[in-house]
Ligand binder design. Structure first.
Ligand code: ADP
Ligand code: MG
Length: 268
C-alpha cells in the first residue's frame, strides 16, 4: 500500500497499520479514544514501553509513535524462547501493571472485544477488576530489542482485568500454555511448569496470586474457546482464523492444561 510515502506494517493482517516516519497510523475504532487516554496515563507515570498516543491525523486515523525493534513472527524462533525472554517479559508486565494500577477509566470508556454475542458458559475470571491492562500478549504485540522484550504495542484489547488474569494471557502465549504439538518447535519439549515458575518469580507474584493462577488459566481457556467460536460465527475474518487451526488448538490446549494443572501448581 502506498500511503503518502507510508509503509504498511505487520504480517498478522488484522489491522491496517501504516508507518510514516516516526509514527504509525491505525484506523479509529470505538475504543480508540479510551486507549489513547490509557496510554497517556502510562507515559505520565513513567511507563515508556508502549506507543506514545499522538492524537489523530487529517485522514481521521489514530497516530501513535513508532516503536523501534523487532516483532517476532510465529512460530516463535528459538532465540525468542529462552529464559531471558520470559524474565524480561514478566518484568515489563510488572512495570505496566504498577503504572496502570491507579488509572480510573472515564465514565464513557469503551473497551474492545471480539465480535459476536457473549456466549453462554463464559464465566468472569474475577469478581472485581484491579486495573486496566493489555490482555493480548501474542508475539505480534511484543517488540524486542537486544534479543529481549522491550516494549508492548497494540493495546486494542486492553480492558479492566486483574493482574493474574492478565499474566495468564501472557503465559498462554509465552510459556506457552499449549499442547506440545501446537508450540513453536523450540518449545515442544520445554518444561512448562518451570517456565511458569520463572515468570512468576521475575514478576514477583505473591502467594495468593500464585494460588489462583492455574484455576484462572483453566477458565480462561474455556472462555477463549467459546468466545472464539462465536466470533467465528459472527465475522468472516475470525471464521478464517478459527478454521485455520484455532478450532483444534484451543481444545487441545484445554486438555493439556487440565492434565498438567497439578505439575504447574506444584512448581509455583
Ligand atoms: N507503534 C508501533 N511501532 C512499531 N510497530 C508497530 C506499531 N504498531 C504496529 N506495529 C507493527 O504492525 C503490526 C500490526 O500492528 P498491530 O497494532 O499489532 O495490529 P493487529 O495485530 O491488530 O494487526 C505489529 O505486529 C507490528 O509489527
Ligand atoms: Mg497486534
Amino acid at each position: 500500500m502506498n500511503d503518502g510515502g507510508g509503509q504498511q506494517l505487520g504480517e498478522g493482517g488484522w489491522t491496517t497499520v501504516v508507518r510514516i516516519g516516526d509514527t504509525v497510523r491505525r484506523p479509529v475504532r470505538p475504543f480508540t479514544a479510551t486507549i489513547q487516554q490509557y496510554l497517556a496515563h502510562l507515559h505520565a507515570l513513567g511507563f515508556d514501553a508502549a506507543p506514545v498516543p499522538l492524537g489523530y491525523d487529517d485522514s481521521g486515523r489514530e497516530v501513535l509513535s513508532y516503536v523501534p525493534g523487532d516483532v517476532p513472527v510465529e512460530p516463535l524462533p528459538a532465540e525468542a524462547t529462552g529464559p531471558e525472554v520470559l524474565t524480561a517479559l514478566a518484568r515489563l508486565i510488572r512495570r505496566l501493571h504498577d503504572a496502570a494500577q491507579g488509572w480510573v477509566p472515564p465514565e464513557d470508556a469503551v473497551f474492545g472485544s471480539l465480535p459476536g454475542i457473549r456466549p453462554s458458559g463464559v464465566m468472569p475470571l474475577f469478581a472485581t477488576p484491579e486495573l486496566v491492562s493489555h490482555q493480548d500478549y501474542c508475539p505480534g504485540n511484543v517488540v524486542f530489542r537486544n534479543g529481549v522484550p522491550a516494549s508492548l504495542i497494540d493495546f486494542d484489547l486492553a480492558r479492566p482485568t486483574t493482574r493474574v488474569a492478565d499474566i495468564v494471557n501472557a503465559l498462554y502465549w509465552w510459556a506457552p500454555l499449549l499442547h506440545p504439538a501446537d508450540r513453536a518447535p523450540a518449545l515442544a519439549e520445554a518444561d512448562i511448569p518451570a517456565r511458569v515458575r520463572l515468570f512468576a518469580d521475575a514478576y514477583g507474584m505473591n502467594a495468593e496470586q500464585r494460588s489462583t493462577l492455574v484455576d484462572v488459566a483453566i477458565q480462561r481457556g474455556r472462555n477463549a474457546s467459546l468466545t472464539a467460536k462465536t466470533a467465528a460465527d459472527a465475522d468472516p475474518v475470525f471464521r478464517r482464523w478459527w478454521n485455520e487451526g484455532v478450532k483444534d488448538r484451543m481444545p487441545r490446549a484445554e486438555a493439556w492444561l487440565s492434565d498438567n494443572a497439578g505439575l504447574i501448581r506444584a512448581a509455583l
